[in-house]
Design a protein around this ligand. Structure first.
Ligand SMILES: Nc1ncnc2c1ncn2[C@@H]1O[C@H](COP(=O)(O)OP(=O)(O)O)[C@@H](O)[C@H]1O
Ligand SMILES: [Mg+2]
Length: 239
């Protein structure tokens, strides 16, 4: 009984759980096995980095954890929800509400201003414009872009564009933020500023982060480093 209570207490603290996750791509007659059974439990508030050689499957793994793609077998649980049991429509809704994404290239909509880009996820989730605006303004403040709300992406530097992307990822107050080489495209100084900022969000707002990176420094600062090697996950730092 005590054992069971312990388990339940632990479960409460789990953000997501990948179970025996496999992914193969088929092209013509060839089958490319990229992920060969990944098990990974991520706790609420953890800061995890994923490292590994180019082409090893880091983006593939992140896309599965983020439900942007479906696995060949195995699954991902968010709390008790086996997310791949959802149909595409419900999965899209789940993703919009529960997961924030930061990509290597910011993927901001060029014809919209910074604040409109940050408002997008909450508007899609059905929030009214006034509330959405208020939240977006607050987030742009947090990422240090006060006064730049009405600039379009092209009028911002690469680092500033990525800050807008971070603010957008936070808009729906997601359970987890997934980032795929978020600073790979930035100079060192702008990259470090973004790293400092996401660490602060992790510490102060208890946001859970899973970040694919080639940045040694960022990996060193994270709670756990997961290495992808030949389709399997190996813990390189943490436990
Ligand atoms: N949609 C796809 N169809 C076929 N092969 C793919 C697809 N996406 C990725 N791959 C292949 O899967 C492997 C892992 O890719 P990826 O996850 O992008 O690696 P990483 O992000 O670690 O560089 C690569 O060999 C890549 O060419
Ligand atoms: Mg990649």
């Amino acid at each position: 009984m005590v054992q069971r209570e312990n388990n339940l207490a632990n479960e409460d603290n789990v953000c997501l759980k990948a179970v025996e996750l496999r992914k193969s791509y088929i092209s013509g007659k060839e089958e490319l096995q990229v992920l060969k059974g990944i098990d990974l439990t991520v706790e609420v508030g953890e800061f995890i980095t994923i490292v590994g050689a180019s082409g090893v499957g880091k983006t593939t793994l992140l896309n599965l954890l983020g439900t942007l793609d479906r696995p060949t077998s195995g699954t991902v649980f968010y709390k008790d929800q086996d997310v791949f049991k959802l149909n595409d429509r419900d999965l899209a809704r789940f993703r919009n509400r529960e997961i924030g994404f930061i990509f290597q290239f910011h993927h901001l909509l060029p014809e919209f201003t910074a604040i409109e880009n940050v408002m997008m996820p909450t508007l899609i989730a059905g929030m009214n414009k006034e509330q959405s605006f208020k939240i977006a303004k607050g987030l742009l403040q947090i990422v240090g872009l006060d006064g730049r709300e009405h600039h379009k992406p092209a009028e911002l530097s690469g680092g500033e564009q990525q800050r807008v992307a971070v603010a957008r990822a936070l808009a729906n107050n997601p359970k987890v933020i997934l980032a795929d080489e978020p600073t790979g495209n930035l100079d060192r100084k702008s990259g470090e500023a973004i790293h400092d900022m996401i660490f602060r969000l992790n510490r102060e707002m208890k946001q859970t982060f899973i970040i694919v990176t080639h940045n040694e420094n960022l990996a060193q600062r994270s709670d756990r480093v997961i290495g992808l090697i030949d389709g399997k996950a190996e813990i390189l730092k943490g436990d």
